[in-house]
Design a protein around this ligand. Structure first.
Ligand code: MSP
Length: 545
């Protein structure tokens, strides 16, 4: 029973591990931000419960083996290991700058990972899932995958390319193969029954991939999981066969096991993983290959896969090979890490691609963070309005719509359901939908504030006016309190700033419930913390075209 309690109060989320063939761009940051937002949201939810302190895992890392990375290091005349060290550090620095809550950063060149891959291979082999064969087919180094014949096209000069224009290489060699076809029906059943992938269109896409047939054969058949070491040196060798190197995707997927202590920690730190965040370009590997490998190893499958769409630049997928990338570091210099994080999570939808636009980003963060929530906070703290500089908690008048106007009713109704609405949207990573509601509450609060004109009431003075200002502040501060909690997964640093300024002791998601403002007995009025920064988010001032 106790064991059950402990394992329930836990959450594990992963990102894909990032190729080190190039520097990070905002598409990479995006995968990590979604995982971080889910991590914070689930942590806040777990902290709402009584019981043991939740165990939390958030892993990310770098994918360092394979032909793509070895070609990139050669192109820069660098030793593979040194090249990986340099580029892996760039991802680590990026995540540090954005203060992500990462609990483990794994590199596939680490010894602990090699041991996990070797143990996993041996397990697949012992379970009869691996056989040796002569394999021939077209390989795409850019995606590190074999390409089915129906997706191979030839250029005018006879070069094979895939349907995205990536160059292909013909391989014919002795490989180890994995019997993926043995698991096809079981994977189909799993996808259909558990609907594990969200949004559902990607669950459907995975099913369609698995059902696709070419020349009356399944398009995804048994897969090659090794290459001759003479041709691919940069990787992990097959146990007991130095002449073969393990396929980079099998190697990479095992990172999810490395971070839970496989094969040494018994029982594993957490298994299965609660949520794997991936981009749609790597759906096949996570929705088909990974469950097949896990089934062959007799291990449980992930509970949830959140698949996100892509960031485009001028309607084209951002990618290093196309050279149309936005560097998150320089973008953060321009609109701040909080601003960039907000924009990426505010605008993107999992189901469709989004176009990155710097001007829109500046306008949006100014409107939402500076003019909406930032403005409400500074109004509540302004000495000209809040003359006593306190954070009032209980209303003086029991019927606020009579003193503050009919719009307060709409605001209190909205605030009462805000946490539940955000909960519903965040649990499926639809952050933009939660933010729609939050921003609507804050806009309405600013309208009520503006209409009441407390700066005029202050000048007029008198008991009645002072009570009205008091009650206005009570309601606005309750709005800020609730919004700062539900915004914590999106802009944690800004939420912390609000907590500090107004002295909120928030610890969990359940604190985001609207309180009965007529009787808040647990709190007495306290002073505004004037040592903490008065400006929540500094407007980005730049020449907008
Ligand atoms: N190394 C593999 C993953 C192995 S996981 C066992 C890989 N790496 S990647 O660096 O190419 O991509 C990592 C993540 O970044 C993926 O989730 C991918 O979808 C995401 N993005 C890369 N470009 C992107 C955009 N333009 N937009 C949004 N995310 C994109 O694949």
């Amino acid at each position: 029973m106790l064991k059950q309690l402990v394992s329930n109060a836990s959450y594990a989320v992963t990102t894909p591990i990032f190729y080190v063939n190039s520097s990070p761009h905002i598409g990479h940051l995006h995968s990590a931000l979604i995982a971080d937002a889910l991590f914070i949201f689930n942590k806040l939810k777990l902290l709402s419960r009584t019981g043991p302190v939740p165990k939390l895992l958030f892993s990310t890392g770098t994918d360092e083996h394979g032909i793509k990375v070895s070609m990139a290091s050669q192109a820069q005349s660098q030793d593979c290991r040194q090249f990986c060290d340099i580029n892996s550090a760039k991802f680590r620095h990026l995540f540090e700058r954005f203060e992500l809550n990462i609990t483990d950063f794994v590199r596939t060149t680490e010894d602990r990972h090699r041991r996990a891959v070797e143990a996993f291979w041996t397990r697949l082999d012992n379970n009869g899932a691996i056989f040796k064969s002569n394999y021939s087919g077209y390989y795409c180094p850019s995606d590190e995958t074999f390409v089915p014949p129906n997706r191979v096209v030839f250029t005018e000069d006879g070069r094979p390319i895939d349907d995205s224009g990536n160059s292909l290489e013909m391989y014919e060699e002795d490989n180890y193969m994995f019997k993926l076809s043995d698991y096809r029906d079981e994977i189909l059943r799993w996808l259909r029954l558990s609907k594990v992938i969200l949004p559902s269109r990607f669950n459907d896409e995975a099913i369609a991939m698995l059902c696709e047939r070419v020349n009356n054969q399944p398009a995804i058949g048994d897969i090659s999981i090794s290459r001759p070491s003479s041709r691919l040196k940069w990787g992990i060798r097959v146990p007991n066969d130095e002449s073969q190197t393990i396929y980079v995707w099998l190697d990479a997927l095992v990172n999810y096991l490395t971070v839970v202590g496989y094969p040494n920690t018994v029982p594993l730190v957490r298994w299965p993983i609660d949520c794997q965040v991936i981009g749609k370009d790597i759906l096949k590997f996570h929705a088909i290959y990974w469950p097949a490998f896990l089934m062959a190893a007799n291990m449980n499958l992930p509970k949830r896969i959140i698949c996100h769409s892509h960031w485009l630049l001028n309607s084209t997928k951002m990618s290093k090979s196309r050279g149309n990338v936005i560097d998150p570091m320089s973008e953060a210099d321009s609109i701040s890490p909080d601003g960039l994080r907000y924009y990426l999570l505010r605008v993107s939808t999992s189901h469709s691609d989004s176009d990155y636009n710097h001007t829109t980003a500046v306008r949006m963060v100014n409107a939402d963070l500076a003019d909406n929530i930032g403005n409400l906070l500074s109004r509540c703290c302004a000495k000209a309005i809040n003359t006593t500089q306190i954070v009032p908690t209980s209303l003086k008048c029991s019927n606020i719509s009579s003193t503050l106007g009919p719009k307060t009713e709409e605001l209190t109704l909205r605030l009462a359901i805000l946490a539940d609405e955000c909960d519903q949207h965040y649990s499926v990573a639809n952050f933009y939908r939660g933010l729609d509601q939050i921003m609507a509450c804050l806009r309405l609060a600013n309208v009520i504030f503006h209409e009441k004109q407390p700066w005029v009431l202050v000048k007029e003075g008198g008991h009645r006016n002072n009570s009205t200002i008091h009650d206005l502040l009570v309601l606005m501060i309750e709005c800020l309190r609730i919004c700062s909690i539900v915004m914590e997964p999106i802009v944690p640093r800004l939420s912390q700033k609000i907590y500090k300024k107004l002295g909120f002791q928030n610890t969990s998601w359940s604190d985001a419930k609207m309180r009965d403002l007529n009787r808040i007995e647990s709190e007495s009025d306290r002073s505004i913390n004037n040592e903490s920064d008065a400006i929540l988010f500094r407007r980005i001032r730049e020449q907008l075209k």
